[in-house]
Design a binder for this molecule. Sequence first.
Ligand SMILES: *Cc1c(COP(=O)(O)O)cnc(C)c1O
Length: 415
Amino acid sequence: MVIQTTKQCACRWVLQHQHKLKQVARSCHLKVKEALGVDDIRDYDSEYSFKYTDLSTTLAEPSQLRMKPDVADLKFGHIFTDHMLKIFYHKALGGWQKPEIIPFENISLHPAAKVLHYAIELFEGMKAYRGVDGRIRVFRPDLNMQRMNLSAKGSGLPTFDGMELIKTINKLLTIDQEWVPHSEASSLYIRPTLIGIDGTLGVSQSESALLYTILCPVGAYFSGGNESVSLLADPSYTRAWPGGCGDRKMGSNYGPTIRVQKQATSQGKQQVLWLYGDDHQLTEVGTMNIFAFYVAENGKKVLATPPLNGLILPGVTRHSILQLAQEWNEFEVVERILTMQDVIKMQKENRLLELFGSGTACIVSPIHSVDYMGTEIPIPTMEHAKPVFRRILDRLTAIQYGHVEHPWAHIIDQE
Ligand SMILES: *Cc1c(COP(=O)(O)O)cnc(C)c1O
């Protein structure tokens, strides 16, 4: 028999636990890689993040309070709440300054501010929902924070501790809680934004930045609710390319899409289906990820979306849909490249069942046709009794509006 000394025991304990810790770290790493398509799991590298506990709050005077709109005629992003959050970063002053919640106001910038010249900016989009129990829920904000830090790294902007921003935004939501609509057809859109504000014209890392967050009550993203949309798929336009930053929510990715959206509208189509490469791969639809539900050649049903290969924005909704569908375990769930030839072949053989977009603004948006090289391809998304997109929409909204308790819905403390 081996007699163990205390020292050996301690040693073994450390070794065993080291192994466990490594496993935990590895599984955490894999989860982030899966959700956001990145290897680098370290959220932030500023040694000093701002802290929620340093927050100062100045409430609006009663005379500054705005009228709350009628939720029935809410347009996306037209009306903002009474307060906003601002956090400055100045490298020369040691980095992040103290967070402030203040009455909603214009911001004042140096005319040379980098954001105004080189679009040194990034944003996030998430939502707060009024649950059936009256409590306010935010959907998976941790994933938005990780993505925001990835975008910051891609733009030479400072990173921060995402948990601290979540706590600070929750406080803003608590202050403006009456702005979270009492309606399941609407929600409060949260727009965290980070801009480079140095008053110098060099294309370089920002030494001064402003992180702010504004809130706006929103109704249905597309006027007319969750109707299906028609798409223009024109391979002469490209949204993202390998080695670029199409997989980051950087403002510079969006401005150039307006002329293409205009082209689609002038042809009577509602959204752009972004293609990439000589084989015309489907990448995204408008500012949404894309999903196809089809019957494979072997007769099995498959839900597919393009892989996070650098061309795809790692959507929180996209990731949640993949997770839900995997849990249901009723059809195959794959991340694969889909080309226009695949779509045409499946449609001809009556195997293409549904096409839909996914994103925070609309959750899911069914597609009924694609105009490609002068041909209109009808997609039977709306022609099924129980479409998958509807099931996904119902499940996600049940989680968001608190019909079911679910760890993805973060309930905020409204005290
Ligand atoms: C924001 C966005 C999405 C959707 O991401 P969610 O996190 O699901 O809202 C998809 N594509 C683009 C280009 C986007 O900007």
